[in-house]
Design a protein around this ligand. Structure first.
Ligand SMILES: [Zn+2]
Ligand SMILES: [Zn+2]
Ligand SMILES: [Zn+2]
Length: 283
């Protein structure tokens, strides 16, 4: 049996194994909803799924005519999707608290993966859904054109938008358990800009935040309408954290470090050659 939880702990559930599916999705909607360069999901028979708490703390956003995205209204963490028609529950793997036993089987929607992101494992790759799921699928997203030197970003519903100029001073993958729960993903990928490189375009008032009570700084900012992680402006440090999945154009850089690898998800294998640090990167 595997339990899952959101970042704030309000939403809790358990899933009996065995899990039937584990897939990595690169579609732009998952990237925005998780704020990461890709998302990983596990699937299991619906009969083995139980809410432990917080079912009423979940809200949803209709991301397409047939698809809904579910998230905790307090902390923004992605929540499981129940699909009775397929007798299946699909859960974001980053929220699981134990090793589900299963390992990623394939990459989906590689045709719309994050700009510049290179897949370094040898799992099968599909442009959209795999043939055994009927192939095809997906939703056409608007292409965003930006003036030279400006990289726009937005949440899944489009209500919150911002732009950055120039390159970030740092871009990192964080494997800590807070990032994994908050993003519902293998790890967070964040880019850090100086305050004067960042500007809200619209919707700052639609954002909400959740600070982990026993953390010194850890705060997740997200769009109240769609749950997508949004930038976190830290005036005191002259820094803005931008979730990598939200970029609408190529930020021109890739992560240069894996941090807090000591807390990495057991089901996720690092196959790239980006330097790894067991905790924070030494200054
Ligand atoms: Zn929560
Ligand atoms: Zn997806
Ligand atoms: Zn939104």
């Amino acid at each position: 049996m595997t339990t899952g939880t959101c970042l704030c702990g309000a939403v809790r559930y358990e899933i009996d194994g065995p899990f039937s599916m584990m897939a990595i999705c690169h579609c732009s909607m998952c990237r925005k909803e998780h704020g990461t360069q890709f998302a990983t999901f596990v699937g299991a028979p619906l009969s083995g799924f139980r809410w432990l708490s917080g079912e009423d703390n979940i809200t949803d956003y209709a991301s397409s005519p047939s698809g809904h995205r579910y998230f905790c209204r307090t902390c923004g963490s992605p929540a499981p999707m129940l699909i009775p028609a397929m007798d299946m529950v699909v859960a974001p793997a980053g929220n699981l608290e134990q090793d589900p036993g299963i390992r990623p089987q394939m990459h989906l929607f590689v045709g719309s993966k994050a700009p510049g992101y290179v897949i370094t494992d040898d799992l099968p790759q599909y442009d959209a859904y795999p043939p055994e799921w009927g192939g095809g699928g997906g939703v056409k997203r608007p292409t965003v054109t930006a003036p030279e030197g400006i990289v726009p970003g937005s949440c899944l519903c489009g209500g919150v938008a911002w732009e950055v100029t120039g390159k970030p001073s740092l871009m990192m993958n964080c494997h800590c358990s807070r990032c994994r729960r908050g993003r519902g993903a293998a790890h967070a990928t964040n880019a850090f800009y100086k305050l004067d490189q960042f500007r809200w375009v619209r919707g700052e008032e639609l954002t909400d935040s959740f600070k982990v009570p026993d953390a010194q700084f850890f705060t997740q900012h997200f769009c109240r309408v769609c749950g997508s992680p949004t930038p976190r402006v830290m005036e005191k440090f002259n820094r803005v954290l931008v979730p990598a999945g939200a970029f609408d154009a190529d930020p021109g850089v890739q992560p240069t470090a894996h941090i807090f690898v000591a807390y990495k998800a057991p089901w996720f294998e690092i196959t790239d050659d980006i330097p790894q640090f067991s905790e924070m990167m030494p200054r």
